[in-house]
Write a new protein. Sequence first.
Length: 112
Amino acid sequence: MKQAIVIRADLKMGKGKIAAQAAHASLGALKKAKRSDAAEWESAGGKKVVLKVSSLQELKSVQREAKAAGLPIFLVLDAGLTQVASGSMTALGIGPAPDQKVDRIIKDLKLL
């Protein structure tokens, strides 16, 4: 079981902002996962990978693929109080779900 966090690199967010957006994405997707998958993932250590995309279009494409695959997803929309405009799509959480299912979606993405 694993979870993937996808961050928009084109927004040039600071490290702290990225950490906050990743946390929002992780928790949001976890809340949408099946209880049994969440429990299995947590008991195995909560494996995560953090990746990047270079544009809003790329983030939306990953979101569509993950949704079509039936994976739990959570798209982070920023409140706009600090570094990015209100409503900016900053991050996407995928899973937890079986590694193979997540890997099919993220296989071409680079680590953050």
